[in-house]
Design a binder for this molecule. Structure first.
Ligand code: PEP
Length: 254
């Protein structure tokens, strides 16, 4: 069975209530391929999660942008996986490079979060990716393999994991990875899963690309055999997000 195309929109720390309502309207009115062709998940900031969840079309789902590493309690400012489950938020993004680099989340800490969130019944978009310095020194594959290895050490069931390859140098910079660059790393990640987890997990786990995806470049990226979708930041707040979702059609024709 093929891997269903996946498009995630990461709204990050953006938007007023009015702006959020506007983007939800655009999403709700957008003509996109059916759910058996593409899975769409948008990730508003925590404070907007309930309102987006209740006003969003039923074929699109929501994700939190983070959650606490273990059971909730005396952790001021954090939101627990249990709370997300309680609010019926099905997805969470973990290990985004902005959290790894700005907030100092290590590979092990991210892996603990992924394992805990999965154990609570959440589905996880787990992000990996190299910095420009790491790419230029030739260590891209080593870096993403180490990030994935930390997760694999703590996770045995990959059914509810989507792996997002997001080169740090491409996030929010307008510098998108070329289709060949994305395909190369996705291929290596799949090879890593095959050798270190299982051929089944390698064949079924969706590996999505993130980093300056937009309405103009998404089709060509989607045409790469190991690119199973996207995690989109800036363009997910614009009408062109609908065009990005439509790039799933490329797989149907492949
Ligand atoms: C992201 O935040 O995950 C991302 C990929 O951002 P952008 O699409 O803006 O590069």
């Amino acid at each position: 069975m093929g891997r269903k195309f996946f498009v995630g929109g990461n709204w990050k720390c953006n938007g007023t209530f009015d702006e959020v309502k506007k983007i939800v309207k655009i999403l709700n009115e957008g003509q996109v391929p059916p759910q058996d062709v593409v899975e769409v998940v948008v990730s508003p900031p925590y404070v907007f999660l309930p309102v987006v969840k209740s006003s969003l079309r039923p074929d699109f789902h929501v994700a939190a942008q983070n959650c606490w590493v273990k059971k909730g309690g005396a952790f001021t400012g954090e939101v627990s996986a249990e709370m997300l489950v309680n609010l019926e938020v099905p997805w969470v993004i973990l290990g985004h490079s902005e959290r790894r680099l700005i907030l100092g989340e290590s590979n092990e800490f991210v892996a603990d979060k992924v394992a805990y969130a999965l154990a609570q019944g959440l589905k996880v978009i787990a992000c990996v990716g190299e910095t420009l310095e790491q790419r230029e020194s030739g260590s891209t594959v080593e870096v993403v393999a180490a990030q994935t290895k930390a997760i694999a050490a703590k996770v045995s069931d990959w059914t509810n994991v989507v792996l997002a390859y997001e080169p740090v140098w491409a996030i929010g910079t307008g510098k998108v990875a070329s289709p060949a660059q994305a395909q190369e790393v996705h291929f290596e990640l799949r090879k890593w899963l095959q050798a270190n987890v299982s051929p089944e997990v390698a064949a079924t786990t969706r590996i999505i690309y993130g980093g300056s995806v937009n309405g103009a470049n998404s089709k060509e990226l989607a045409g790469q055999p190991d690119v199973d979708g996207f995690l989109v930041g800036g363009a997910s707040l614009k009408p062109e997000f609908i065009d990005i979702i439509k790039s799933a059609e490329v797989k149907k024709c492949a």
